[in-house]
Design a protein around this ligand. Structure first.
Ligand SMILES: NC(=O)c1ccc[n+]([C@@H]2O[C@H](COP(=O)([O-])OP(=O)(O)OC[C@H]3O[C@@H](n4cnc5c(N)ncnc54)[C@H](O)[C@@H]3O)[C@@H](O)[C@H]2O)c1
Length: 343
């Protein structure tokens, strides 16, 4: 079946739905319509995007015969997402869900169980994995351009105060779960199963409307010996920001190093001594969003496994869980402790 025959229904017509719509239109994908519980949002987005269907009746959109994929862009809380998952299960629709799947491991497990029990596909839109620049980086990594990688560092630092937002930063978990999850998913995709993690984090008290962490540092050990340090800092007032989407990535191997961002990077190799500056097209926004959906559609169409499945993503949510638990208990947390038999 052609990709444009896979009808998409977007649930949650807030800020990020605009990026989804831009990306899907760029790729000629079919958006059947959108739903939001806020009638003002429905009116505004219908006028802006000329959506064929725009409704406050979420169930009716999911039930629509042309909707084959439910694109969940409503907030990442169990009480919001569970009814959407249950409707998708009831009508046998595939789910494509914004990161983070949930902020808490146990809640993410409940969501994955709903999809698995109903036998419906579930992919988490961890779009970092589909960023054009990161995909090129990955190719060099996998081809062994820097030898065997042993250390990766990702640093995202900026001043980003969402005190005035309706739900961002209003829970105990904030920058690690909502932002850091991009990088956690990326390193799990690149380096495989993680074994243990140790975190520090804190809150800048001048972000008065924020309850959760405004900065965090995650140190991660992987089963293959790889180690990573992931820094997400949204309370940096300094003069050298490395904001989200152009966060700095460093990967060291025993024969070279990769340094740069998703928009441009340099590979320095030891054998032969060289500096490679790959050229590529596309940026995180909106291309990674479109690439992720296209990957999902093609995989479903061909009956093949897809990246970032709900089951695989539990390992990513488990890293979030480990980060917060590590800070609470002041110690390194293992994957086995969080995931038990699922590890
Ligand atoms: N790069 C990324 O991957 C990325 C970027 C931004 C946001 N997100 C994720 O997307 C989700 C939405 O974020 P946003 O920035 O668009 O938030 P937002 O507040 O702008 O939009 C959320 C929308 O969902 C609607 N909504 C709430 N409950 C609903 C329900 N039960 N059914 C239908 N609609 C409902 C709200 O009315 C609102 O219009 C979050 O989970 C966020 O983490 C991902």
């Amino acid at each position: 079946m052609a990709t444009e025959q896979w009808g998409i229904g977007i649930v949650g017509l807030g800020g990020i739905a605009n990026t989804h719509l831009t990306a899907y239109r760029n790729l000629g994908l079919k958006v059947v319509g959108g739903a939001d519980i806020d009638p003002e949002r429905v009116k505004l987005m219908q006028a802006k995007w000329e959506l064929p269907i725009a409704t406050t009746d979420v169930e009716s959109l999911i039930a629509h015969p042309e909707v084959r994929i439910v694109d969940v862009a409503a907030p990442h809380f169990l009480h919001v997402r569970e009814p959407i998952f249950r409707w998708a299960a009831k009508y046998g629709k595939a789910l494509f869900v914004q990161k983070p799947l949930e902020q808490y491991y146990e809640n993410a497990r409940k969501l994955v169980a709903i999809a698995e029990e109903a036998g419906i596909p579930l992919m988490v839109n961890q779009n970092s994995v589909f960023v054009p620049g990161f995909q090129v980086m990955e190719r060099y990594l996998r081809e062994g351009a820097i030898g065997t990688p042993y250390y990766c560092q990702i640093e995202n630092r900026n001043w980003f105060d969402l005190s005035g937002h309706a739900f961002y930063g209003k829970q105990e978990r904030w920058v690690l779960s909502d932002m850091g999850v991009h990088h956690l998913a990326l390193v799990v995709h690149w380096f495989g199963n993680w074994r243990s993690a140790y975190a520090i984090m804190g809150r800048d008290p001048s972000q008065t409307g924020i309850v959760g962490d405004t900065w965090n540092v995650m140190n991660i050990r992987f089963e293959n010996g790889m180690q990573a340090c992931i820094i997400n800092n949204w309370s940096y007032r300094g003069h050298l920001p490395r904001p989200h989407m152009v966060e700095e990535v460093v990967i060291q191997g025993d024969k070279g190093a990769i340094t740069g961002t998703s928009e441009g990077f340099v590979i320095v190799t030891a054998e032969p001594p060289a500096e490679i500056r790959p050229r590529f097209q596309g940026k995180w926004s909106p291309d990674a969003f479109g690439n992720a959906m296209l990957h999902y559609i093609r995989s479903l169409d061909e009956g093949k496994p897809y990246l970032c499945s709900g089951r695989h993503n539990l390992q990513v949510v488990a890293l979030i869980e480990a980060g917060y638990r590590s800070v609470q208990e002041g110690r390194e947390i293992t994957r086995k402790e969080i995931m038990g038999e699922d590890a």
